[in-house]
Design a protein around this ligand. Structure first.
Ligand SMILES: Cc1cc2nc3c(=O)[nH]c(=O)nc-3n(C[C@H](O)[C@H](O)[C@H](O)COP(=O)(O)OP(=O)(O)OC[C@H]3O[C@@H](n4cnc5c(N)ncnc54)[C@H](O)[C@@H]3O)c2cc1C
Length: 429
């Protein structure tokens, strides 16, 4: 196979350039070189396909493992100098705290097989996520629950009374068009203005009256004191962070990992098949324009002791420029550290050299996406998977589930010689 060039897609620049704090970059380089140079036994199964995978996040790693276990040879490329994609974690060298480098990641799922899968590769520790919100210098509990309601309105209502109270505040509209209409229909104008209007505007860079109602399908509003952020039966954080879990998934004699190496469309012919977990528009050199993403910038600070007493504090007021502060040591309550690391998080439109975090998926982007989906369906030898390959926001459990489903389809196709399709999950759905 011809040698593939390194880091030539500047869409996927080293995140250190734009938003990864420098201390983490040093730790990351050390881990990356350890991992990349670790000797791996060679595997030459007979009658196996050689599959190239763009991306060593959960999507690429799970598919690599499933194909390798079925006897195929897999080469996994990642533009970055580390595995685990946006779930990458690394110890902060100043404080020793395990940092979620691309933003806070809490594993939660209702699917037993996904829970069993991740537990094969590392120790998952039970973790119950709780989020607070600051509104006009008062701290509330999220998602909006009976405590939030009573505190906000200065009342001491019970569940039934609060339900009737909110029902009277909810504004019915003839037509629900925008995010703002939908939110007011769920919680009423007061709670919407305090907890949603400013935050949403900062997160999406657009006034909620301009955003479609479809963004807000459901709003958790609890008439009891339950303040767990998620309600899935399995909620956890890996004891040693996500990076060793993804490394363990990739630790198989049939898998070769090439870090700081970018796969391109022109490399497809070097493989029997390619799985693309990078951006679908990057595969086609953005020929229909760049799909819109929101990017994040993190301002890192190190403090003594405990900074805010909780893992995530949202800042809902529109005149506060950041959206939230994450304090990473609270994601590992089983550890103790004298110092603490915080990330102040800002949201903005992603430029060509920024990291793509959240797909925008409004009307314009969906029309553009359709053009890429059509191009992908006409392409040969490549299957698009994962959050970037299908331009959707995916939680980690959905990512793993879809990667397992895609692997089953790919393994069957590789065994039978049937045509492998561009998508296992329709990105337009
Ligand atoms: C701020 C934030 C917070 C989140 N919090 C949670 C949470 O609490 N819980 C949860 O379940 N999920 C969370 N998620 C979602 C989670 O990050 C995703 O589910 C997961 O990262 C998807 O994995 P992936 O492999 O599809 O993509 P990624 O993790 O993005 O991996 C894709 C990889 O492909 C590489 N790549 C791209 N193109 C190429 C190429 N051409 N050649 C080589 N490599 C390439 C990239 O460098 C990247 O490393 C969060 C997401 C964000 C943005």
């Amino acid at each position: 196979m011809r040698r593939l060039p390194s880091s030539r897609d500047d869409d996927w620049r080293d995140p250190n350039v734009s938003s990864v704090p420098p201390d983490i970059a040093g730790e990351r380089a050390r881990r990356a070189s350890d991992f990349a140079t670790r000797p791996r036994p060679s595997c030459r199964p007979t009658r196996s396909a050689h599959v190239g995978i763009a991306g060593a996040g959960f999507s690429g790693a799970v598919i690599a493992r499933e194909l390798a276990e079925a006897g195929h040879r897999v080469t996994v490329f990642d533009t970055r100098d580390h595995v685990a994609g946006n779930c990458y974690t690394a110890r902060d060298p100043t404080s020793g705290v395990m940092v979620h480098v691309y933003g806070p990641h809490i594993f939660h799922t209702k699917w037993e097989h996904v829970w069993e899968y991740i537990n094969r590769f590392g120790v998952m520790r039970r973790y119950n996520h709780r989020v607070k919100a600051t509104v006009r210098d008062i701290v509330y509990s999220l998602p909006v629950n009976l405590h939030t309601i009573n505190q906000f309105f200065g009342t001491a209502m019970g569940p039934a009374e609060a339900q009737a109270f909110i029902a009277a505040k909810v504004e019915s509209r003839d037509e629900i068009v925008s995010f703002a209409d939908q939110a007011v229909a769920f919680v009423g104008g007061d709670l919407y203005e305090a907890f949603l209007a400013g935050y949403t505007r900062k997160q999406w860079g657009t006034d909620p009256t301009e955003l479609p109602a479809s963004i807000l399908r459901r709003l958790p509003l609890r008439f009891n004191y339950e303040d767990s952020y998620f309600d899935d039966p399995y909620q956890a954080i890996p004891q040693d962070g996500y990076t060793p879990i993804v490394e363990a998934i990739l630790e198989h004699p049939g898998i070769e990992v090439r870090l700081s190496s970018t796969l391109a469309r022109s490399d497809v012919d070097a493989f029997d098949h390619v799985v693309w977990t990078g951006s679908i528009d990057a595969f086609f050199d953005h020929e229909q324009g760049r799909l819109g993403y929101r990017t994040l910038t993190f301002e890192r600070e190190v403090h003594d002791g405990d900074f805010q007493g909780c893992p995530v504090m949202n800042y809902c007021d529109r005149d506060v420029p950041f959206t939230r502060i994450t304090e990473h040591k609270h994601f590992a309550p089983w550890e103790s550290h004298e110092r603490t690391v915080t990330y102040r998080e800002y949201s903005g439109p992603a430029g060509p050299s920024d990291i793509s975090y959240y797909p925008v998926r409004l009307v314009k982007e969906k029309a553009q996406l359709l053009q890429y989906v059509e191009l992908a369906r006409a392409a040969r030898g490549v299957t698009f998977v994962g959050r970037l390959g299908t331009y959707r926001y995916l939680d980690m459990d959905v990512t793993i589930k879809e990667a397992l489903d895609a692997s089953a389809v790919l393994n069957t196709g590789l065994a039978t010689g049937d045509k492998l399709h561009a998508f296992v999950v329709d990105p337009m759905a």
